[in-house]
Design a protein around this ligand. Structure first.
Ligand SMILES: CSCCC(=O)C(=O)COP(=O)(O)O
Ligand SMILES: [Zn+2]
Length: 218
């Protein structure tokens, strides 16, 4: 049997990191009904990613596989996440990106529905905006895009790419679906994911407390 085109020790490290972090996110209820998918970069041309359809709260090493940056399986006939292209497009575009996380929390899903018509969720004035790399003050405005859901990942990936050409971002929502967030490594991607979750929850809570508040126009 020939040696794999990546470092197996690095794959084992990536798989361990995905398993531990995914279990923690699953315990929060952010990965219901086998939803969500997770990946980390192995090297310049390979990504460790969850196998499609697995219970993300019960992942073991056999539930993590390798794909190349085109999303094709490497050294396995397992089927990678149905949303693999949404991961690999980020690794391909940004050599410094090391981790992509996708979850389906209640907050993310409700916010995606509420703000879909606007095309984004407008955030401003929150101290927690400083959790996003490159933001050093609360005094900034951030629009979290909301894309229409589709089963056509090539189309969605092209839409994400087109927006990334115009606006840097650390994550986006998909309507009625969930959130994508990414970062240089697992810790940074998790920080971004948790910041999005908290800030979206704040926006939903504000609308409960002030039911007649106008949704932002921008
Ligand atoms: C039952 S969840 C529907 C698919 C989805 O949105 C998801 O995140 C999980 O898909 P995967 O193929 O990565 O398991
Ligand atoms: Zn999903």
């Amino acid at each position: 049997m020939s040696a794999p085109p990546y470092d197996p020790n690095r794959l084992a490290h990536c798989a361990g990191e995905i398993i531990v972090n995914t279990r923690e996110l699953a315990e929060r209820g952010w990965t219901p009904a086998t939803s969500s998918n997770f990946s980390t970069r192995i090297d310049a041309g390979h990504v460790a990613i969850t196998v499609s359809g697995r219970d993300k709260g019960k992942l073991t090493e056999g539930d993590i596989m390798v794909v190349d940056l085109e999303g094709a399986p490497v050294g396995t006939d397992q089927k990678s996440s149905a949303e693999t292209l949404l991961h690999t497009q980020l690794y391909k575009r940004y050599p410094d990106i090391g981790c992509v996380l996708h979850t389906h929390s209640l907050v993310q899903t409700v916010a995606s529905r509420l703000f879909a018509g606007m095309g984004h969720v407008h955030l401003e004035g929150y101290e927690l905006l400083k959790a996003f790399v490159g933001t050093t003050t609360h005094d900034v405005e951030l629009d979290v895009p909301v894309f229409a859901n589709t089963q056509d990942m090539r189309t969605l990936a092209a839409q994400v790419d087109a927006l990334l050409d115009r606006q840097p971002m650390w994550g986006y929502l998909i309507d009625g679906h969930g959130l994508y967030a990414w970062g240089a490594d697992m810790a940074q991607a998790r920080r971004h994911l948790e910041a999005f979750e908290f800030l979206l929850a704040c926006e939903l809570e504000l609308r409960k407390l002030i039911p007649h508040a106008k949704l932002p126009q921008n």
